[in-house]
Design a binder for this molecule. Structure first.
Ligand SMILES: C[S@@+](CC[C@H](N)C(=O)[O-])C[C@H]1O[C@@H](n2cnc3c(N)ncnc32)[C@H](O)[C@@H]1O
Length: 197
């Protein structure tokens, strides 16, 4: 995974705060799937007591997420798990919260990945999966980042980017009915799936 450009870094604490504000889950087990360099999971760990599982299939990314977590001096219980979202090494009903930002566009089999997330999610748990900058990112920062994100997407070959209606189709294909599509900005299409089990 290429190093994210520096000006994306302030976005992760904002998304973490949004997740905490919206779901009020501050303890239990959290999986950050396709964690990359770990930024979202680390920011969520900072503001909660969650036991964090950083999951990625790229060992190099996972190593960097571990280094970043050490640097952040977190006192949460942390795990670093090399795994494909399509074959998660967790039992059914395992996690209270599952977050995944900017990863689904790369999954070989997106339906299998979403089904796996649903399987390991606890009854009463929340999955927040998709991509974007979150709704707390101020308009000026959002504008500044937009062009760069498009360029990065092209460079990373995110060929499986799904628009709002495709996200809904995917959820239906997975047999998930308790969901919402979340928009970062009211007048722009949603880019996140909120899944409740
Ligand atoms: C663009 S990065 C996003 C990283 C991080 N979530 C963020 O928001 O900064 C996508 C990450 O998803 C991981 N990934 C891609 N396919 C995956 C899969 N099938 N299972 C687990 N991780 C995957 C990649 O290795 C990469 O680290």
């Amino acid at each position: 995974m290429p190093k994210p450009f520096q000006d994306l870094l302030p976005v992760y604490p904002l998304i973490a705060q949004q997740i905490l504000d919206d779901y009020q889950i501050s303890s239990g087990k959290c999986l950050d799937i396709g964690t990359g360099h770990g930024y979202l999971g680390i920011e969520l760990a900072r503001i909660t007591d969650m036991e964090m599982y950083f999951v990625d299939l790229d060992p190099e990314a996972l190593k960097i997420s571990q280094e970043n977590a050490v640097e952040a001096e977190l006192d949460n219980v942390l795990h670093f798990v090399g795994a494909d979202v399509c074959a998660l090494p967790f039992e059914d009903d395992f996690a209270d919260l599952i977050i995944s930002r900017g990863s689904i566009w790369f999954w070989e089999d997106q339906a299998k990945g979403v089904q796996e997330i649903y399987r390991v999610l606890k009854t009463g748990g929340i999955g927040f999966i998709g991509g974007g900058l979150g709704r707390y990112t101020p308009p000026a920062m959002r504008e500044r980042l937009k062009g760069k994100r498009r360029k990065a997407r092209e460079e990373q070959g995110q060929s499986k980017f799904l628009d709002e209606s495709e996200l809904i189709d995917l959820l239906k294909k997975c047999g998930i009915s308790n969901y919402r599509i979340i928009r970062d900005v009211e007048d722009e299409p949603g880019s996140w799936m909120e899944v409740k089990k």
